[in-house]
Write a protein that binds this ligand. Structure first.
Ligand code: R5P
Length: 310
């Protein structure tokens, strides 16, 4: 079976880098936009092929979700033999349970839609929660960018640094970084989210006094979580100017400026979403990780050490 990489609109930079590492070319795909906002994608010949559709579902999330679903359907109707949805940033993953009566479970809705539109497999990077696998009716491989980012920050991490999870959900990822960076202590901030733009950090478990901190999260959206964690770190006597690390950077609602004003030592993100060229940001590419995973899947080899296992 021939492997084909179909890029969603705006993903060409990452997709081209992945294709170059696979030694292949991108499969042409046009996404026509109607005056009322509807999208109409059309893919080139993929009949009988092993197709990988690359489309993160970052901002504008709902538009990108619909584009992903239409691309999957287009590939299925064009006769693809096997379809993998490569969704490095899986939007709606934070809606993994009902926070109050009457809510939907967005991650389940999106996972069902991806499967019903033709994907045989889902490939994501550092999803908000490993529970994503459980809500998927198709095999879901969760890769981690932790090794890539840890390699990038290792030279600049001061001795005695403490790895900090800015909320309970980030604890496993923080432990993964602590292990990769061979730094012992992990501290955890207890956070509650009041709304999409407001979080409250209450207390901290772990010893941070006099230590430089590395704050590790799956994503930075508004930057409020990082801001709240920094306040708690400061009040507990951590060394000022932490390093901030996250896999995904939707970076909405003034997040870049907000974080720049906080006085961080550096912010490290990956290119699972296009990241603007802000001076304060270091962008690590996940292209080699994705290319490796796609190559293994194409040749039916295990993903093993590429996976985010908790
Ligand atoms: C939430 O639990 C996530 O792990 C992140 O901490 C959160 O989504 C970051 O969002 P924001 O930057 O808006 O605080």
């Amino acid at each position: 079976m021939t492997a084909r990489l179909v890029p969603g609109s705006g993903t060409e930079a990452l997709a081209s880098a992945v294709a170059a590492q696979l030694g292949t070319e991108l499969t042409p795909c046009e996404v026509e936009r109607f005056p009322d906002g509807e999208l109409r994608p059309a893919v080139a010949e993929v009949r009988g092929d092993d197709v990988f559709v690359l489309r993160s579902t970052g901002p504008p999330v709902n538009e990108h979700v619909v584009e992903l679903l239409l691309l999957l359907d287009a590939c299925r109707r064009a006769g693809a033999d096997r379809i993998t949805a490569v969704v490095p940033y899986f939007g709606y993953a934070r809606q993994d349970r009902r926070g109050r009566p009457g809510e939907a479970v967005g991650s389940r809705v999106l996972a069902d839609a991806v499967a019903s539109c033709g994907a045989d497999r889902l490939l994501v990077v550092d999803p908000h929660t490993a529970a994503l696998e459980a809500v998927c009716s198709i095999p879901c491989d969760m890769l981690t960018a932790a090794r890539v980012v840890a390699d990038a920050i290792r030279p600049s991490i001061p001795d005695g640094a403490v790895i900090v999870a800015p909320d309970l959900g980030a604890t496993k990822l923080a432990e993964r970084y602590a292990s990769l960076l061979r730094h012992g202590p992990v501290a955890v901030v207890r956070k509650t989210r009041v709304s999409g733009e407001e979080v409250q950090a209450h207390e901290l478990v772990g010893e941070v006094r006099g230590r430089p901190a590395v704050i590790v999260d799956d994503m930075i959206s508004t930057g409020r979580t990082i801001e709240a964690a920094m306040r708690v770190l400061e009040s507990h006597g951590a060394t000022p100017a932490p390093t901030v690390v996250a896999t995904h950077g939707p970076l909405v609602a003034g997040a870049i400026d907000r974080i720049a004003q906080l006085g961080v030592r550096g912010v490290y993100l990956t290119d699972t979403l296009p990241v603007s060229e802000a001076k304060s940001l270091h962008v690590c590419t996940v292209s080699a990780l994705l290319a490796d995973a796609i190559d293994r899947l194409t040749h039916d080899r295990p993903l093993d050490e590429l996976l985010f296992l908790v």
